[in-house]
Design a protein around this ligand. Sequence first.
Ligand code: SF4
Ligand code: SF4
Length: 178
Amino acid sequence: MEQIIEFKCQKCGKCCRKTLQTIKLPNGKIITTGPQIQLTEVPLFEVQALAPQLAGGKKRRILTYQIATDGCPHLKGNDCSIYEKRPLVCRAYPVQDCLVPDARCTFVESHALFVGNDRFTFTSPIDFKGCMDAHRDIYGVYRSLKWFKPPFWIFDLKTKTWHYLSISDMEKVVEMNT
Ligand code: SF4
Ligand code: SF4
């Protein structure tokens, strides 16, 4: 029987040092985003470190924020200075959208057999349990938002503009992650 390896953070700080990434929207546009910060987590950051990320409704009510700087202000050396209080997105890392671990994580890199640019399998099955639990909590927060109503918008950090997301795009994102 194959041995299951437990995810063990190598404490290299890489994921906190390079936090911005580009994503492709369903309409083909490429935007730049940072780690998602829930409304309850906003007080953990200085105002200037954050930007809005997702918004809902005609008045664009903000649903989530994001770390706007490339590199988290809470990283000191290779350590998180707010580790015990760190946001859900950090607890879930390297598990990301679609439950696919981020290939940029040092642990993932060292246990993955790469098939293409971003497609890979693991050398042994990996147990990401703690990260999966945090990831599920993120989407629990989504579902509990009473104002989670269309239309939806996502904010591009590079151009500082909002991009429209259709209802099906948004539902797809939520369904794929729960
Ligand atoms: S809050 Fe801590 S764990 Fe999260 S990105 Fe910042 S330094 Fe890293
Ligand atoms: S990149 Fe991976 S191994 Fe390195 S600190 Fe982040 S989660 Fe841990």
